[in-house]
Design a protein around this ligand. Sequence first.
Ligand SMILES: N[C@@H](CCC(=O)N[C@@H](CS)C(=O)NCC(=O)O)C(=O)O
Length: 204
Amino acid sequence: MQLHVTLTSPYARMARIMVLEKGLEDRVEIVEAQTRRPDSPYYEINPSGRVPCLVRDDGIGMEESAAICAYLDYLDGAPTFDPPPDEAGWEIRRLEAAARSMLDGVALWGREYLYRSENERSPTIIAHETERAKRMFDFFEAEIDSPALRGDFNMAQMTLACTVLLDYSRRGFEWRRDCPKLAAWADEMAERPSIEATTPPTAA
Ligand SMILES: N[C@@H](CCC(=O)N[C@@H](CS)C(=O)NCC(=O)O)C(=O)O
């Protein structure tokens, strides 16, 4: 199988983390895709142009980090990341959904800085996403002692870690002082081998 990624994408990072968590390094080749380029050969593999995209052993490509993580988790027939349909499982799903919602916002916000020159940036989008991010960092500061975020590693933790461990310095955004519990949690998460091994080479 081939997993197409960029090393800076937090969504692709989740799929890369899952490969490591499930010990699939021998079965899944990591391939760096050329995204956001006119006529990139990657568009033949994934017409949306987004990463991650998993080209399975049957040759079929599938995108979307959550779907790829679930697929990889089920490959060995012994999934460990699928939350049970009980109170604890719904708590994991609730917090995963909130973290993904937060990530969707900060990813959009980051693109204003990564792909647009200063005179092209939208102050309206930046202001909206900055406020959303502030609310979501405060939300997770309040939720961080939930058993779903403190227990066995799961999709809520993976999604939140890939979100808060982005580099916010380019945007001049400092959240650690106001969210000390979340900051300590993020520091612990950063030491997990699968998370450490997938640290982006540059700011994302
Ligand atoms: N919902 C998708 C989001 C994937 C996504 O937005 N990936 C970005 C990188 S962070 C991308 O590939 N962008 C390239 C493009 O938009 O052309 C997922 O969870 O996989």
